[in-house]
Design a protein around this ligand. Structure first.
Ligand SMILES: O=C(O)CCC(=O)C(=O)O
Length: 389
């Protein structure tokens, strides 16, 4: 059987999948580095994000900010992620961890853990996630010693991991959010994508955003963006891929892209290659996705999304589990307090940094001090107020 036939029959081995991807990965990486949309966070004379960066972001739909996270902070983030994964049930809804301890995270109303079968595609070709993943990716056969389930996502980074709350309030990242979405930017959600070597599932090609595609004032930034901070190297084989410029094109026929390419390796896409400690910004309207991780390298990506406030106020919509919400001023205000809490948590740990002033809550800093009291009263279960557009 040829590799392509085996892929169709879903009997391809992990090794053969990796071999089939090789040329596509190499060519895509060269295209990615040719785009000239990466470098450290830079500001103009007035302290705002440098306009050249914004221009490159809006042109391509993503930008890689290099070395946002230094070595000590990176170690803390990695240790926190490892601690949370070690406390996860060995199987979905199980009572014990992989090493037989009682599971952790039960104090949170929303389960922190999402699972997938190793190397599978949990969403492609299904109506999950509001049907936004129209085509299934190849699900290679994992090695015989693979576990039955792998943790693919952590939900609620900020109440699970103090290091993530501190990263959230990073002044450079806040300045980027302001430059892209306006000074009154509002949060989306914070999740961690986990792609273990030989286990990490695909996230089939999709565009995020569900509410504003047909709006008369739809534009390239209508559904906001995600920060994606990389705790390990984000390589062509394990990383998110995207189609440059696709955030400007409205809803795209992904089935057609795959048909044109003759495989899931769609033409002209680029891998979002990053070093550990880099944070990239990805426009949620871009076509993007990731392949089954048949590489030997782990990827852990901390997502934190933000929207322009005007795109959220008064919107009635359902979240990914189909519960309907209206984003009132009060609800948005409550969710935005987490931004202020993150800024304060960061300022306490890194007093030498210039703390970011979040304009909608300027002057109210005393009402969002980070403490054990606000951990319980403000942060815990904050993600029940996540907003989805
Ligand atoms: O990290 C990944 O593999 C997928 C991320 C993604 O699709 C998203 O954040 O929308």
């Amino acid at each position: 059987m040829t590799i392509e036939a085996a892929i169709k029959a879903d009997t391809v081995s992990a090794a053969d999948h990796a071999a089939t991807m090789r040329d596509y990965l190499r060519d895509g990486e060269a295209r990615a580095y040719a785009l000239e949309n990466r470098g450290p966070i830079r500001y103009d004379a007035s302290g705002k994000l440098h306009p050249d960066i914004l221009e490159a972001y809006w042109k391509h739909g993503f930008y890689v900010f290099e070395q946002v996270v230094g070595p000590d902070e990176l170690s803390e983030l990695r240790a926190d992620v490892d601690r949370v994964i070690a406390g996860a049930p060995a199987v979905p809804d199980g009572d014990v961890t992989r090493d037989g301890r009682p599971v952790e995270g039960r104090e949170f109303k929303k389960t922190p853990y999402r699972y997938a079968k190793p190397l599978s595609d949990p969403y492609g070709g299904t109506d999950k996630n509001k049907g936004r993943h129209p085509v299934a990716m190849t699900g290679p056969k994992p090695d015989d010693d693979a576990p039955e389930w792998t943790v693919q996502l952590l939900d609620g980074n900020l109440h699970l991991m103090d290091s993530c709350l501190r990263l959230y309030g990073h002044p450079g990242l806040m300045a980027i959010a302001e430059a892209i979405n306006g000074a009154d930017f509002v949060p989306y959600n914070e999740v961690a994508f986990i792609k273990e070597p030989g286990l990490g599932p695909s996230i089939a090609w999709h565009q995020d955003g569900t509410t504003h595609w047909d709006a008369p004032d739809w534009e390239q930034g209508a559904h906001g963006f995600n920060f994606m901070t990389q705790l390990y190297a984000s390589t062509p084989a394990n990383c998110v891929w995207m189609l440059p410029g696709s955030h400007k094109l409205g809803k795209i026929d992904i089935k057609q892209l795959v048909a044109d390419a003759g495989s899931e390796r769609i033409d002209s896409a680029v891998p979002l290659v990053c070093q550990p400690g880099d944070t990239m910004v990805l426009n949620r309207q871009c076509v993007h996705g990731s392949f089954a991780n048949t590489s030997p390298d782990r990827r852990v990506t901390l997502n934190a999304g933000f929207f322009p406030r005007k795109r959220v106020v008064g919107v009635t919509t359902s979240n990914l589990t189909d519960v309907v919400h209206t984003y009132t001023e009060e609800r948005i205000g409550d969710r935005c307090r987490i931004i202020a809490l993150g800024i304060d948590a960061r300022a306490q740990k890194f007093p030498e940094e210039v703390r970011y002033v979040y304009q909608p809550l300027a002057g109210q800093e005393d009402q969002a001090r980070w403490s054990e009291e606000t951990r319980a009263s403000v942060l815990k279960n904050y993600n029940l107020l996540d907003m989805y557009i």
